[in-house]
Design a protein around this ligand. Structure first.
Ligand SMILES: Cc1cc2nc3c(=O)[nH]c(=O)nc-3n(C[C@H](O)[C@H](O)[C@H](O)COP(=O)(O)OP(=O)(O)OC[C@H]3O[C@@H](n4cnc5c(N)ncnc54)[C@H](O)[C@@H]3O)c2cc1C
Length: 592
C-alpha cells in the first residue's frame, strides 16, 4: 500500500500556467483572494488529506458502510473522525457565498481541494460532493428563508445533502420520475415514492441530512416539464432551527457494489415525508441543470484524482519490483521492472494523461470562474460557452481514461494487482462508477453533439481550434517540439473535419449523429487535451517559478502526449463520419 503524496506543485503549475489563475484573481469578483493565501491553503489541505484522510481509504473498501435493520447506516470507524476534522477545517466552505459562511473563493480552488480529497478517499469525498450539489441548488433557487435556515450548516459540512433523482424506471430518463408531492395546505408538501442509488442517503457522519427530491405535483404535465424540486430534511427543524422530529424519509437498504464501498448507496423510501418546494413548481429539471455543470465537472475530476493515486502506487511498485534483466543492464543482474520499455510505456501513458486531464479540468473550472466574474455580457457569454463545451469533455474523457489508466496501474503490479493485498485494485474498482453516474458518458456524448456542437453554429469549437492552430506555431518554435506541433495541427484539421461533418449531416440524420457521439467526444477531447498541453509545454519552456527538473518533466510529459497519444484522435475520424447504418446492420434480435 503506497502513501498518497498530494501533487500540490502539479496543481499549482496547472492553475498558474494553463488555467490563468492570475486572470481569475485580477477580477473584481475574486480580487480579495491572493495567490499566496491560496498556496498556503493548498499546502494545508495536502497535509491534512495525506495524514488524516488518505489512511482511511482502505477501510472504506474492506469494511464498507453497513445497513442495520433499524434503517441506520454505519460508516467505517475511521470515517467519522476524519469527516469531523474536515468540518472543523472549514475547507469545504471555501468556494461558497460569504453571506452564508463561505469565503467566496473561486471554483478552481474548490476543484484543487476536491482533487486531493478524492485521491485520498473517493468514497468519503462523496458526502461533501453531494452536499455541494444541494448547496448549489438551494443557493440558486431556494427562498431567502431556506438559504438562511439550511445553508450555513451545509456549507460547513455539519449537515450533508443528497440529490434524489433516480427511480427504478427513471435513470437516464429523469422525465419518468413518479414520486408524488401533494400539498399539505400549510405551504409544505407531502412526498411519497421510492428513490434508488442515493449517495449518502443515510449515514452517521452528520446530525442532519437535507434531501433534494424530484417529484410530481398533482396534475403535472408528463415528462421533464412536470417535475418539481423539494427540500426534505431527515429531521424537520424546530422553530429555533435545530433538528426536531424524524421525517418520513428512510433508507430501506444499501447496494453492494463494485467499488466505493465506503459510500452508502441507498434505496430511499419517502412515505408522506414533509418537504418544501425549491424554486417554482414544475421548474425542477431546469433547477437541476443550473447545478449540473459543477457536479459534472466534479465527477470528471474523480477520474483525474483516481488516476493520480493509482499512478503513484504503480510507480512505486515499478521502482521496487525486480524481474529479468533490462536491456543495457549487466548480465545476470536483476532489474527493476521500471527499466523495461513496456512498463515505461504504461507509466508514461498514465503520467501524460494525468497532466492532460488536469489541464482540461482546471481550464474548465477557470472558465466557470471567469464567466461568473466577467462584468461585460459578451465576455460572460464567451466564458460560459467555453465552460459549457468543456463540461461533457471533462466528465466523459476523464472518467473513461481513468478506467484505462487504473487498469494500467493494476497491470504494472502483475499478479499482485489482481489480488487485493496491494490495494491498487481498489482504485480500479472505485473509478468504474464515475463513467456511469451524473449522466452516463453516453448521455454526455449526446449532450456534446445535441447541444454543445451547435453553439454559435459550431463557432465555440472553431474558436478553440483556431487558438490551438496558432499555438502549434508557437510550439514549433521550441527546440524538440516540431513533431508535437505537427501532430497538433493534424488533430485540429481532423477535429474541424469531424465537426463540419456532424454539423452538416446531423440535422437530417440524427441517428448517425448520436451514433458518432462517443468517438467524436474522444476525438475532440483528446485534441483539446493536446492543445492545452501545448500551452503547458510552451509555458514550462519559459517559466522560472518552479524547479528546473519539474518544468522539464512537464515538457517531456506534454511531448509524449503530443507525439504518441494525440495521433489517436485522427484515427477516430472514420467512426465519426461513418453512418449509423453500420450499427444497425444486424437487427436487434440478430446481435447474437
Ligand atoms: C454508486 C451510484 C451512486 C449513485 N448516486 C446517485 C445519487 O446520489 N442520486 C441519484 O439520483 N442517482 C444516483 N445514481 C444513479 C445514476 O445517476 C444512474 O445510475 C445513471 O443516471 C444511469 O441510470 P440507469 O442506471 O438507470 O441506467 P440507464 O439509464 O438504464 O442506462 C443504461 C445504458 O443505456 C444508455 N442509455 C440510456 N438512455 C440513453 C439515451 N437516451 N441515449 C443513449 N444512451 C442511453 C446509458 O448510457 C447506459 O449505458 C447513482 C448510481 C450509482 C451506481
Amino acid at each position: 500500500m503506497t502513501a498518497y503524496t498530494p501533487p500540490t506543485d502539479d496543481i499549482r503549475y496547472v492553475m498558474t500556467h494553463v488555467a490563468d489563475l492570475d486572470g481569475i484573481l485580477s477580477t473584481e469578483r475574486f480580487g480579495h483572494v491572493d495567490a499566496e493565501s491560496l498556496n498556503a491553503v493548498l499546502d494545508e489541505v495536502g497535509r491534512f488529506m495525506a495524514d488524516e484522510v488518505a489512511p482511511t481509504n482502505v477501510d472504506g473498501d474492506r469494511i464498507g458502510s453497513q445497513w442495520l435493520p433499524d434503517g441506520t447506516v454505519v460508516t467505517p470507524d475511521s470515517f467519522k473522525p476524519a469527516y469531523d476534522k474536515w468540518v472543523a477545517s472549514g475547507f469545504g466552505a471555501m468556494p461558497f457565498d460569504s453571506e452564508f459562511g463561505g469565503a467566496d473563493f473561486p471554483w478552481i480552488s474548490a476543484i484543487a481541494v476536491q482533487e486531493i480529497f478524492t485521491s485520498s478517499n473517493m468514497a468519503l469525498s462523496l458526502a461533501p460532493l453531494l452536499t455541494q450539489g444541494a448547496i448549489d441548488a438551494i443557493l440558486a433557487h431556494g427562498s431567502d428563508e431556506q438559504k438562511a435556515t439550511y445553508l450555513p450548516k451545509m456549507m460547513t459540512g455539519e449537515w450533508t445533502g443528497t440529490m434524489n433523482l433516480t427511480e427504478p424506471q427513471a435513470g437516464s430518463d429523469v422525465g419518468a420520475v413518479a414520486t408524488k408531492a401533494e400539498p399539505n395546505g400549510d405551504g409544505s408538501w407531502s412526498i411519497t415514492g421510492q428513490k434508488i442509488y442515493i449517495t449518502y442517503g443515510e449515514h452517521d457522519l452528520a446530525e442532519q441530512i437535507m434531501h433534494l427530491v424530484l417529484a410530481r405535483t398533482p396534475g403535472s404535465a408528463p415528462g421533464t416539464k412536470g417535475i418539481s424540486m423539494f427540500l426534505v430534511p431527515k429531521y424537520v427543524l424546530h422553530d429555533d432551527g435545530t433538528p426536531g422530529e424524524r421525517n418520513g424519509a428512510s433508507c430501506v437498504s444499501i447496494e453492494h457494489k463494485v467499488g466505493i464501498h465506503g459510500s452508502p448507496t441507498c434505496v430511499m423510501a419517502f412515505d408522506g415525508a414533509t418537504g418544501w418546494l425549491v424554486g417554482n413548481e414544475h421548474d425542477g429539471m431546469r433547477n437541476m441543470f443550473t447545478m449540473m455543470n459543477n457536479a459534472r465537472l466534479s465527477v470528471g475530476l474523480q477520474g483525474l484524482s483516481l488516476a493520480e493515486r493509482a499512478y503513484q502506487q504503480s510507480l512505486e511498485y515499478a521502482q521496487d519490483r525486480e524481474q529479468g534483466t533490462a536491456i543495457g543492464a549487466a548480465k545476470g543482474t536483476s532489474s527493476a521492472i521500471i527499466e523495461h520499455p513496456d512498463v515505461r510505456r504504461m507509466l508514461m501513458t498514465q503520467r501524460s494523461w494525468i497532466d492532460a486531464m488536469r489541464a482540461l479540468v482546471y481550464t474548465n473550472a477557470a472558465a466557470l470562474d471567469r464567466a461568473e466574474a466577467a462584468s461585460d455580457p459578451d465576455e460572460t457569454r464567451r466564458w460560459r460557452e467555453l465552460a459549457d463545451l468543456l463540461i461533457p469533455l471533462s466528465k466523459s474523457l476523464c472518467t473513461d481514461v481513468v478506467n484505462e489508466s487504473t487498469s494500467l496501474a493494476l497491470q504494472i503490479h502483475g499478479g499482485m494487482g489482481y489480488v487485493e493485498e496491494t490495494g491498487v485494485a481498489q482504485h480500479y474498482r472505485d473509478a468504474r462508477i464515475a463513467a456511469i453516474y451524473e449522466g452516463t458518458n453516453g448521455i454526455q456524448a449526446a449532450d456534446l453533439v445535441g447541444r454543445k456542437l451547435a453553439m454559435r453554429g459550431g463557432g465555440v469549437i472553431t474558436d478553440l481550434l483556431d487558438e490551438f492552430e496558432a499555438r502549434a506555431d508557437a510550439l514549433a518554435a521550441i527546440d524538440g517540439m516540431s513533431t508535437f506541433a505537427d501532430r497538433l495541427r493534424e488533430a485540429v484539421v481532423t477535429a474541424r473535419t469531424a465537426t463540419a461533418h456532424l454539423l452538416e449531416t446531423g440535422p437530417t440524420d440524427p441517428r448517425s449523429l448520436l451514433g458518432a457521439s462517443g468517438p467524436y467526444l474522444r476525438l475532440l477531447g483528446t485534441t483539446v487535451c493536446g492543445g492545452l498541453l501545448a500551452k503547458s509545454a510552451i509555458a514550462a519552456s519559459a517559466a522560472d517559478d518552479f524547479d528546473g527538473a519539474f518544468l522539464a518533466a512537464r515538457i517531456t510529459s506534454a511531448k509524449f502526449f503530443g507525439e504518441q497519444i494525440l495521433p489517436t484522435a485522427t484515427g477516430l475520424l472514420a467512426a465519426v463520419t461513418s453512418p449509423a447504418d453500420d450499427l444497425y446492420a444486424l437487427a436487434a434480435d440478430q446481435l447474437t
